[in-house]
Design a binder for this molecule. Structure first.
Ligand code: FCB
Length: 452
């Protein structure tokens, strides 16, 4: 096994000068201020209230208090030397009760100030519209399982773009639709906490349609907008050389990756998966496939880990099981560390789909950080993870992948969904008792790399 702290030789100069470097965050994970500025309730507020849903019984009610401390946070991003900052817009700050006829000025003003703050610091704003915080009022009407939410999302995209589009040119419609659908509606692990595979597929379809229908609205409001979607993708391989495992890996890839990549690239849902789903397949309308395939300017990929899959008759929705590999390096989350997997994935996406431009919109790791007596955090494993994945990004570019940028997850430690504050992914440590921010060794490495 590679020494988990060993650093590859990598310099910023290995990338073309225009390559974009950034950090990512999302609204619910950092903002707090859930009752401020007229914000309405989100499905995550509600989900966190139910004991057992969040590992440490926490919520994003305060989180990193970014709602008040954003100038300091943007200073950190600027000082790192990043050129871009990916954030998300909390829908319930814009439409507190979900009703597109009742926008909330204070919410729009918050993001307007935030965007101005980025531009003042030389940070290119990359806005994600949906990073999982649906207004609870829309959930009460079925949320993503209800087709009406598609229109509500388009109204949200339209107003956000009309308000911020003079300054925000990069728009991501959705973050990781697989998670929205499967973690939120099939596994019950994320808000809204449903356990219904059929509902998950329907929600997933509506998310994809809403992506497609939001694009013309974004372009109408911002003629020079660059629009894309961010998918969580995984390289998938079979556990053994058996025909059964090979078929299982293909099914798994079908639902994890092709289910999104195929329709977004004009091929409709993959036939083998549709067949597998049978009566569970989502209800669709005639023009949906064309809407989902609306051309975009880039594909955002969040890369964390590969999956090794075995045939598992009778298990789960598609009879597959992710097999734990022994002797594999892992993060504290248990996620395998595989920079090579990232290269494999990027090359595969390029070979099979040829998106015009690709951005890694998230990549990062969690480890059990120890704060030293002098207050420093020597997160050598996260530092190595970052450096090795940046080296992998360089390798992917060398192999012809039109990769144009890399966003580290995350600028700050934050509320890691069902894991609460147990998992820290930040390049910056957050002391939640005092809200003190401290750049970790990984953040210092990124800063030195970017200034190199
Ligand atoms: C991704 C999410 C992001 C964060 C990281 C660790 O799936 O997009 O919000 O939770 O995982």
């Amino acid at each position: 096994m590679t020494d988990p702290a060993a650093l590859p030789v990598i310099r910023r100069g290995d990338f073309e000068p225009g390559f974009l470097w950034g950090c990512s965050t999302s609204s619910y994970q950092i903002e707090g201020g859930i009752h401020e500025g007229g914000r309405g309730e989100s499905i995550w507020d509600r989900f966190c209230e139910r004991p057992g849903n969040i590992r440490d019984f926490s919520s994003g009610a305060i989180a990193c208090d970014h709602y008040h401390r954003w100038p300091e946070d943007l200073d950190i991003a600027r000082d790192l030397g990043t050129g871009a900052y990916r954030f998300s817009i909390a829908w319930p700050r814009i439409f507190p009760d979900g009703n597109p006829a009742r926008p909330n000025r204070a919410g729009l003003d918050f993001y307007s100030r935030l965007v101005d703050g980025m531009l003042e610091r030389g940070l290119q704003p990359w806005a994600t519209l949906y990073h999982w915080d649906l207004p609870q009022a829309l959930q009460d009407k079925g949320g993503w399982t209800n087709r009406d939410t598609v229109g509500d999302f388009v109204a949200f995209a339209d107003l956000a773009a009309r308000t911020l589009g003079d300054r925000v040119k990069h728009w991501i419609t959705h973050n990781e639709p697989w998670c929205t659908a499967m973690l939120g509606h099939a596994e019950g692990a994320h808000a809204p906490g449903l356990r219904d595979f059929r509902a998950a597929l329907q929600a997933c379809h509506h998310v994809l349609v809403s992506h497609g229908l939001a694009i013309p609205a974004l372009r109408a409001a911002v003629p020079d907008a660059k629009v894309g979607i961010t998918l969580s993708l995984h390289p998938i391989s079979p556990a053994t050389a058996s025909a059964e495992d090979a078929a299982a890996a293909r099914r798994h890839d079908g639902l994890r990756n092709r289910w999104f990549l195929d329709p977004l690239h004009g091929r409709g849902y993959p036939e083998d998966v549709m067949e597998l789903l049978g009566h569970r397949a989502p209800n669709t309308q005639t023009r949906d496939a064309a809407a989902i395939a609306t051309p975009t300017d880039f594909l955002g990929i969040n890369y964390y880990f590969p999956e090794v899959v075995a045939d598992a008759p009778g298990e789960g929705a598609i009879a597959t099981r992710v097999v734990e590999q022994h002797g594999v390096e892992r993060t504290a989350f248990g996620w395998p560390v595989s920079p090579e997997g990232m290269v494999t994935l990027l090359e595969r996406v390029q070979r099979d789909y040829a998106p015009p431009r690709v951005y890694l919109t998230e990549n990062g790791s969690t480890y059990d950080d120890v704060v030293q007596p002098d207050g420093s955090i020597d997160d050598v494993q996260r530092r190595a993870y970052l450096a090795r994945h940046i080296a992998a990004a360089r390798d992917a570019v060398a192999r012809g992948v039109p990769l144009k940028g890399y966003f580290a997850w995350s600028l700050l430690d934050n509320f890691e969904w069902a894991e609460g504050y147990v998992r820290r992914f930040g390049l910056t440590h957050v002391d939640y008792a005092t809200q003190k921010r401290t750049l970790k060794a990984s953040g210092r490495w990124y800063r030195d790399f970017l200034h190199g």
